[in-house]
Write a protein that binds this ligand. Structure first.
Ligand SMILES: [Mn+2]
Length: 334
């Protein structure tokens, strides 16, 4: 595996002109990894631009370098016909996760580098640094920086710590490995303030979130054995609270915290009429596999998918799939 890190470093050293991107609705790991790598490439004197389909949520405006992130609309002015040599895609299980327009128009002349840790990762890159055992993409970037011999420094440490903290659910999920904790300790020693990062990411919410939370929790339903629980979020509920899908961040964890629940689902009606599904499981059910049935993906305990059907139809499908998985697991363990 170490070999792969040097292959990536060699490639980064070989070229001059880079573009970076990550998945739609970027989260702490996506942004943290991207910005740390941006800073490394800048220090190496490279020409580098970041293009993300979705704007950076306000929550992450504290991250260094985030003001350099550009939108797909900037592609034309930045490149005017001359494409970057290398595109590095971070934290994305497949290339289309960076968004249709970017996937189509951001075509590097030399190579695509794919850096990811999802179980459902595909090898869409010319060079693929995929570590499904890593807690986060931030952990992979940490090792990449370590292998490069370059200094970490407080700014990159802040980016990577944010990624690590986010993807481990503040070091609560099962991916909070000894390695993840050691890396966290190293990053903290660079001089970041962990309480501040936590406050920025989790303890600062607009009031609408609590009103929305109150409304959507009213829709809570469960199967008869209460092992599967879900809430349904309509466009009406979002509009009434002047909220967006982003304001549902973390709500699925409340559902999972119910004592009887093994699988928690948030079904969100999109403006297009399609349905976005977020799934979490507590111990045994692989929700990444379930979401995979609907062209989604993620991890065993946290995954999502987009189903091109109305809210309640989509919900019925994923609840039925979750039922099958729970029953399958029960019969295996008997
Ligand atoms: Mn991640």
């Amino acid at each position: 595996m170490v070999q792969k890190y040097f292959e990536v470093l060699n490639l980064l050293g070989q070229y001059q002109h880079f573009a970076l991107s990550t998945h739609v609705n970027p989260d702490g790991d996506a942004l943290g990894s991207e910005l740390a790598l941006y800073s490394i490439l800048k220090d190496l004197g490279k020409r580098v631009h970041i293009f993300n389909t979705d704007i950076t949520p306000k929550t992450y405006h504290f991250l260094p370098f985030q003001h350099h992130i550009k939108s797909p609309a900037d592609l034309r002015t930045v490149y005017s016909g001359i494409m970057p040599e290398v595109l590095v895609v971070l934290d994305s299980g497949s290339l289309d996760r960076i968004g249709d327009q970017l996937a189509r128009q951001l075509q590097p002349t030399e190579a695509i580098v794919n850096i990811d840790h999802h179980n459902t990762a595909t090898k869409f890159g010319d060079l693929n640094l995929i570590e499904t055992g890593a807690s986060s993409t931030a952990e992979i970037i940490y090792r990449l920086i370590e292998a490069s011999g370059m200094e970490m420094g407080p700014e990159r440490a802040l980016c990577l710590y944010t990624g690590l903290m986010f993807d481990t659910g503040c070091f609560r999920y099962s991916n909070s490995t000894p390695v993840a904790h050691r890396i966290a300790a190293d990053l903290i020693e660079e001089g970041i303030s962990v309480d501040e990062v936590y406050r920025f990411v989790y303890d600062t919410v607009p009031q609408v979130r609590l009103h929305l939370l109150g409304d959507v929790l009213q829709t809570l339903e469960t199967t008869e054995d209460a092992k599967i629980a879900w809430i349904s979020v309509t466009q009406d509920a979002l509009k009434k609270n002047e909220a967006s899908s982003n304001d549902l961040e973390g709500v699925v964890n409340y559902i999972r915290s119910i004592d009887s629940v093994e699988v928690a689902i948030v079904a969100n009606e999109l403006e297009t009429g399609d349905t976005k599904i977020s799934m979490r499981s507590k111990t045994n059910v692989d929700v990444g596999q379930i979401c995979g049935l609907y062209d989604g993906g993620g991890h065993a305990r946290a995954a999502g998918c987009l189903i091109q059907e109305p809210l309640y139809e989509a919900l019925a499908k994923v609840v039925a799939s979750a039922r099958l998985h729970i029953d399958g697991w029960n019969s295996k363990s008997e």
